[in-house]
Ligand binder design. Structure first.
Ligand SMILES: Cc1cc2nc3c(=O)[nH]c(=O)nc-3n(C[C@H](O)[C@H](O)[C@H](O)COP(=O)(O)O)c2cc1C
Length: 319
C-alpha cells in the first residue's frame, strides 16, 4: 500500500507539506493546482507553488512532490508541464476534480469530466511533451453530476499514457458531502492496468480499510483526514501491518502547530495567523484541545502573542 498526501489549494502549501512529511513518509505529495490558461508561466510561478523544485523536487524529508496543473488548453498545458519538468518537477499531476465555479466556467477542473475525450486529449498532450522518464498522473472525481462516464474517462486516462489515476469518489455535484462512494471505483480498478488510488472521506484507519475493500484499490490518498489527524497515515500503516502505533498526543501536535506559525514571520500581521487558525479548524475534529486553542487565538493577530498562547496550551496539556 502506498499513501499519498492530497493536493489542497490554500491549505497544503510548501510549509504544510514540509511539516506533514516529517510525521509520515508519504509516498508522494502534490502541489496546490497551478491554473493554466494561455501561455507559459514565468519560473517564479512554479517555484512559488513548488519551492521543492529547488531541492530536487522533494520535501526536506525526501518525499517527491508532483506539480499539479489545471486547465484545458492543450498547447498551454503541455508547455507548462514541460517547463515545470525543466525546472525539476519529478512528476506532473493533472486536476480534473476542482469544483470551483470560476474554474469550471472556464472549462477547467471537474467541468472536463463532462467530455471524456477532452480529459484524454489533455493527458495525452502533456504525456507526449514531457520527458518519458517523468510520470504524468491524473486526478478525477466520479463525474460531473453523475458517474455514468467514469469508466470511459478512466480508460481514456490510461490510453493517454498516464502512469496512475487518483479517483476522489464523489461527483462534482456531491461536493464534499459524505459519503464518498468508494465502491464505484471498483469497476475502474478492475478495468485498468495502471494503479488506481482511492481518495475521499478517509478520517480514521478503519475508513482506509473500508475504502480499500470497497474499491479494491491498494493505494490511498489522504486530504482533510491527514490535517485533522496528522499521524493518520501512521495509524493506517500500522493497521495494515498489524503493528502497534502510539497516537500522536495533543501536546506533540502543538509542536507542529507552532512550527507552522513560526513560518509566518514575514507575512503581514493581518494574515500571519490565518494558516494556523485554518489548521486548527481541521484539528478540532479530532482533538478537543484544538477547539479551546482556536477560541483563544481566533481574534489574535500578533504572532508572538499567538505563539505564547500555543505554548501555554502545550504546558497545560503536558501536566
Ligand atoms: C480546501 C481544499 C482544497 C483542495 N484543493 C485541491 C487542489 O488544489 N487540487 C486537487 O486535485 N484537489 C484539491 N482538493 C481535493 C482534495 O485533494 C481531495 O480530493 C478531497 O478533499 C477529498 O479527499 P479527503 O476527503 O481526504 O479530504 C481540495 C480539497 C479541499 C477541501
Amino acid at each position: 500500500m502506498r499513501i499519498m498526501l492530497a493536493p489542497m489549494e490554500g491549505v497544503l502549501d510548501f510549509q504544510m507539506r514540509k511539516i506533514m512529511t516529517t510525521v509520515f513518509a508519504y509516498d508522494r505529495c502534490v502541489t496546490e493546482f497551478i491554473r493554466v490558461t494561455n501561455g507559459v508561466y514565468p519560473d517564479k510561478v512554479f517555484l512559488k507553488s513548488c519551492p521543492e523544485l529547488l531541492t530536487g523536487g522533494k520535501t526536506d524529508s525526501g518525499i517527491p512532490v508532483y506539480v499539479q496543473l489545471l486547465g484545458s488548453d492543450l498547447p498551454s498545458m503541455a508547455a507548462n508541464a514541460k517547463r515545470a519538468v525543466e525546472l525539476g518537477a519529478v512528476g506532473i499531476d493533472i486536476n480534473f476534480g476542482c469544483p470551483a465555479k470560476t474554474v469550471n466556467r472556464h472549462g477547467g477542473g471537474s467541468a472536463l469530466l463532462r467530455t471524456p475525450a477532452a480529459v484524454h486529449d489533455i493527458v495525452a498532450a502533456v504525456r507526449e511533451t514531457v520527458d518519458p522518464s517523468i510520470p504524468v498522473t491524473a486526478k478525477i472525481r466520479l463525474g460531473f453530476d453523475h458517474s455514468d462516464s467514469l469508466l470511459e474517462i478512466a480508460t481514456g486516462v490510461e490510453r493517454s499514457g498516464a502512469s496512475e489515476l487518483c479517483v476522489h469518489a464523489r461527483t462534482r455535484s456531491d461536493g464534499y458531502k459524505p459519503p464518498a462512494h468508494w465502491a464505484e471505483v471498483k469497476k475502474v480498478r478492475s478495468e485498468l492496468k495502471i494503479p488506481v488510488i482511492i481518495n475521499g472521506e478517509i478520517w480514521r484507519a478503519a475508513d482506509a480499510g473500508n475504502a480499500r475493500d470497497d474499491s479494491e484499490c491498494i493505494d490511498i490518498m489522504l486530504g482533510r483526514g491527514a490535517l485533522a489527524m496528522p499521524d493518520l497515515a501512521n495509524q493506517i500503516s500500522a493497521d495494515v501491518n498489524s503493528t502497534e502505533c502510539q497516537a500522536l498526543e495533543w501536546q506533540e501536535v502543538l509542536v507542529l502547530v507552532e512550527a507552522l506559525l513560526a513560518t509566518a514571520v514575514n507575512i503581514p500581521a493581518k494574515y500571519a495567523g490565518n494558516r494556523t487558525k485554518q489548521w486548527l479548524s481541521y484539528l478540532l475534529r479530532q482533538y478537543p484541545g484544538a477547539r479551546e486553542l482556536f477560541s483563544s487565538i481566533k481574534r489574535l493577530q500578533e504572532i508572538d502573542v499567538m505563539s505564547a498562547e500555543i505554548e501555554r496550551h502545550r504546558r497545560l496539556a503536558s501536566l
